[in-house]
Write a protein that binds this ligand. Structure first.
Ligand SMILES: Cc1cc2nc3c(=O)[nH]c(=O)nc-3n(C[C@H](O)[C@H](O)[C@H](O)COP(=O)(O)OP(=O)(O)OC[C@H]3O[C@@H](n4cnc5c(N)ncnc54)[C@H](O)[C@@H]3O)c2cc1C
Length: 379
């Protein structure tokens, strides 16, 4: 087993696997340590949105750069990630939010995102199977926004695609290896202790998602991540194009129809204290199904079965944006975590940017405002 590598990555989610692929492709020796299996956490459980609309201005450019990479990702990784540009439609149900959307749309258009305001007539034409007349919880829909370059892909397939491509380029990916501690000497992580013995790497990367705070603690670095739980529900298959767009109704939930026809919906996240276990929150499932049944009443969705439901941990930072870059101390500890519920979209670009920073110390991709340095107390 390879125990010394140029780069040792902790975590086999989309971030760890995308970075491993980009590093290995460029000739670095890479080992990924994964506590369970690649994609078993947020990266394989998410609601499949590849979306730049509604992103924090710090993150918007990187999301747009990543969306360009998604266009050719299946060919690049030689694995179908089921990427489809179906457009992302956001619905608003109060004047305050409509005004917020107008301001956001002009900011996003100025950045080059193909997004625009929609009136209810156009929304009705685009969502013929959705009941738009009764609103949600007594609030009426007033309008919305559509971003044509947003879409979806299959979460597990995409993460596995990076995993398999990384291995083809020589990366060593070790499942069922849990990192339990680190030795830090002379301002460097010299050993990473695991359930399978010790490993070391010239650079040690924290790509542990919602557990990034814990890995940070092992290195003596405060990595401010709060885990939040989200619930995903999947129905039986529906006829093609029952729902043409990725549909978001903030702050309630997200809906989209998968490439195979199932309707997949997810709630906005709930605090850890509310759902302390990593399992199904039935109260959330019940709420989501009630809202979904009402929204899709024109097609009698309530008669269909829910075939699967599971939860997944999000990883939220104090400003809701990712943390990318070296810690000040230990100097070989690199943070690639805290994607705050938007990481699936960012996976392709983030892998390239982090590989650039690790191998060359700079990148052309738009990560400067996402630097870990903004929170790093070791500096
Ligand atoms: C329900 C849900 C819906 C979402 N919807 C979207 C969406 O529509 N669009 C979008 O862009 N993003 C979405 N996200 C967010 C997105 O999934 C994450 O931001 C992204 O997957 C983070 O990737 P990651 O590799 O950093 O983390 P993870 O996928 O969590 O990977 C981290 C890995 O580290 C491993 N690990 C942890 N601790 C250790 C240890 N001690 N030793 C070894 N390994 C360890 C874990 O097992 C895990 O596999 C959603 C997330 C959830 C949960």
């Amino acid at each position: 087993m390879e125990r010394i590598s140029d780069v040792l990555i902790i975590g086999g989610g989309i971030m760890g696997c995308s970075l491993a692929y980009n590093l290995a492709k460029r000739g670095a020796s890479v080992t990924v340590l994964e506590k369970t299996t690649c994609g078993s956490e947020g990266s394989g459980r998410n609601s499949s949105g590849v979306r730049a609309q509604c992103r924090d201005p710090k993150e918007l450019k990187l999301a747009m750069q990543s969306e360009e990479m998604w266009l050719t990702l299946s060919e690049e990784l030689d694995y179908d990630v089921e990427y489809r540009r179906i457009g992302n439609l956001q619905l608003a149900f109060d004047q305050e939010r409509m005004e917020e959307y107008r301001q956001r749309v002009s900011r996003e258009q100025a950045a080059g995102l193909p997004v625009r305001m929609l009136d209810m007539d156009e929304i009705r034409r685009r969502l013929p199977n959705v009941n738009l007349d009764d609103g949600i919880d007594g609030c009426q829909f007033l309008g919305g926004t559509l971003c044509d370059s947003d879409g979806t892909a299959d979460p597990l397939r995409a993460t596995k695609a990076f995993h398999y491509a990384a291995v083809r380029h020589g990366a060593v990916v070790l499942p069922h290896v849990t990192v339990t501690g680190m030795t830090v000497e002379n301002h460097k992580v010299t050993r990473v202790h695991t359930t399978a013995g010790d490993f070391s790497g010239g650079i040690v990367v924290n790509a542990a998602g919602a557990w990034g705070w814990e890995i940070g603690k092992m290195a003596g670095v405060d990595v401010p991540i709060t885990p939040y739980l989200c619930q995903v529900c999947i129905t039986q298959k529906l006829p093609p194009d029952t729902l043409k767009h990725y549909l978001c109704i903030h702050p309630y939930a997200f809906w989209n129809q998968t490439a195979h026809g199932n309707l997949l919906y997810t709630n906005a996240h709930a605090p850890l204290e509310q759902f302390p276990r990593h399992d199904v929150g039935y109260d959330v499932v019940e709420y989501l199904c009630r809202v979904t049944q009402k929204l899709f009443s024109p097609i009698g969705l309530g008669k269909l079965s829910l075939i699967r439901t599971y939860s997944g941990w999000n990883e939220v930072t104090p400003d809701g944006c990712a943390m990318i870059g070296f810690a000040g101390d230990p100097e070989n500890f690199f943070v690639d975590a805290g994607y705050s519920g938007h990481g699936f979209c960012l996976g392709p670009a983030s892998g390239v940017a982090c590989a650039d920073l690790i191998l060359e110390g700079k990148t052309d991709l738009a990560v400067s405002e996402l630097a870990f340095a903004r929170f790093d107390k070791t500096r």
